[in-house]
Design a protein around this ligand. Structure first.
Ligand code: HEM
Length: 493
């Protein structure tokens, strides 16, 4: 253990029995000297960094493990721009390959193959589809689900943001429209509708990821999750075969584009059906929760900061001054909406730890607030955690980092100190997909409804800071997850 501490120049940090990744940390939670807990990256933010923007988590059992966590923008840039020196530890992602090999859980030549065939699917035509379908989904939310009500109170905002994100990925990812109404018929040969299987598979994926197959047979709920995954696989394979055998129609959903690119590839790089299913499912997994949770945090901020909501409302109205529906072409003009999202993503980055490792001995240089530099040895196979909250709350880059201030993104800012989508060759492929969807949702919502924190008698005497702390409680599941954001939406007249 002491050798491990010395190997990284005695950098300070957590000294614990168990690491932040294994089962014990789930059992013990955050416990001094025992384990750092599953959400320590977000709970600590920048507070655990001492003189240098690099610290450590060193655990003793089962054998000493060193994790370097980094909140220095230059050091992070050095890591993300050198994929060969700092690859992704894909063994941590093996559990995500249950449908087939895929872009998130691969490295090296295999990852290059998936990235080459997937990247063109995230095209401008796809973004336009995302925009148009999102506007349609929001319109239908107001017209069909909320039609008779002027005031809608939700116990937890994800009640609408999870379905919105699911419906958008359903149509712009898989080419299947899903409606708010409960009217989907179960086709012959299936026991669940596409909507239901997609819904269960996306919301209960953690069971599939963390439980062994035998355990999935134990309870009614886990059996249902197992069935949803089997059904979804059937649906995806059927879609692939239908699109192979039907005449080519111009479609811009991700699945169709992936199939087109694959069919046009006459090399030995063509993907197997299992790889197609693996990749298309991983788009759903990578994009669903991240989007839904970010939308919830954003609505939460707007509810708390009424002045910011008003500024946003006025800005949207100035862009759509003739009272028309927003179009994809309006998106670049909706700069305040983007600033609100970026500020939310800075304060609540869905991915709090972007893991890397170094296959060879190396060194990293890290800085401090006085502009000094220090070089730290990094023995081979050290776990490296790009600490997103540490970077996003680092006062070296952000003035009053705890404050919600969207306007900071309307000025020059250090782009290397803002990495919710990671950076470099392995940066998020769905960034524009999310931004398009998010801005369309925000524009439609703020234009039509005023958002406030739901009034509940038991919280009547709270201060602003107490309400903020209450509605912004989080846990770290697959991504940073809001625990309960209770909001009220009141129709604007
Ligand atoms: C708020 C929304 C989102 C955030 C914050 C986000 C964040 C990230 C991050 C941090 C990574 C790198 C993960 C790692 O290296 O371990 C990533 C990768 C990825 N994301 Fe996103 N993401 C978002 C939305 C989406 C959406 C909507 C999609 C697809 C529809 C998507 C698809 C992907 C894919 C395919 C990768 C893997 C890229 C590669 O390894 O080459 N993401 N995302």
């Amino acid at each position: 253990f002491h050798r491990a501490v010395r190997s990284v120049d005695n950098l300070p940090g957590y000294r614990v029995l168990f690491s932040q990744f294994g089962l014990p940390t789930f059992v013990f939670g955050r416990w001094r000297g025992i384990s750092p807990g599953t959400n320590h990256f977000f709970e600590d933010k920048h507070s655990t960094f001492g003189e240098w923007d690099m610290n450590t988590v060193i655990s003793a059992l089962p054998s000493p493990l060193v994790t370097l966590t980094i909140a220095d923008a230059d050091t992070i840039k050095e890591i993300t721009s050198s994929r060969a020196r700092f690859p992704k530890p894909v063994y941590q992602y093996e559990v995500l390959s249950f449908f087939g090999r895929n872009i998130v859980a691969s490295e090296g030549e295999e990852w290059k193959k998936y990235r080459k065939i997937s990247a063109p699917a995230f095209s401008d035509r796809n973004n336009k589809l995302v925009w148009e379908e999102t506007v349609r989904i929001m319109d239908s939310l107001f017209a069909d689900l909320w039609k008779d009500k002027d005031v809608i109170s939700l116990d937890h905002c994800v009640e609408i943001t999870l379905p919105i994100a699911l419906f958008v990925i359903g149509v712009a990812g898989f080419g299947r429209r899903i409606s708010w109404r409960d009217d989907e018929v179960v086709p012959a040969g299936h026991t669940m509708s596409f909507k239901e299987s997609l819904h269960i598979a996306s919301s209960d994926v953690f069971m599939k990821v963390f439980l062994p197959n035998a355990a999935m047979k134990l309870t009614g709920r886990t059996r249902r999750v197992q069935t949803a995954f089997a059904e979804l696989e059937e649906y995806m394979l059927k879609m692939i075969h239908e699109r192979h055998s039907s005449e080519k129609v111009e479609r811009h959903d991700l699945l169709s584009s992936l199939l087109d690119a694959n069919n046009d590839d006459f090399s030995d790089q063509r993907l197997l059906d299992s790889e197609l299913v693996g990749n298309i499912f991983i788009f759903l997994l990578a994009g669903h929760e991240t989007t839904a949770h970010t939308l919830s945090f954003t609505f939460g901020f707007l509810a708390l900061y009424q002045d910011e909501q008003e500024k946003l409302y006025q800005h949207i109205k100035s862009v759509l001054s003739d009272g028309r529906m927003p179009t994809y072409e309006d998106m670049p003009l909706l700069t305040y909406s983007m600033a609100v999202f970026y500020e939310t993503l800075r304060l609540f980055p869905p991915v709090v730890n972007i893991p890397k490792y170094n296959p060879e001995d190396t060194v990293l240089t890290v800085g401090n607030q006085y502009g000094e530099k220090r070089t730290v040895p990094v023995p081979k196979n050290t776990w490296i955690a790009i600490n997103t909250p540490g970077l996003h709350y680092n006062p070296r880059y952000w003035e009053n980092p705890e404050e919600f201030k969207p306007s900071r993104f309307l000025k020059e800012y250090n782009k290397d100190a803002f990495i919710p989508f990671s950076a470099g060759a392995r940066a998020c492929l769905g960034r524009k997909f999310f931004e398009t969807e998010g801005i369309a949702v925000l524009t439609m919502m703020v234009l039509n409804y005023k958002i406030t924190v739901k009034e509940e008698p038991q919280f009547a005497g709270e201060t602003f800071e107490q309400t903020k702390a209450r509605i912004f409680q989080t846990k770290n599941a697959l991504t940073l997850t809001p625990i309960r954001v209770p909001l009220t939406f009141t129709r604007r007249t």
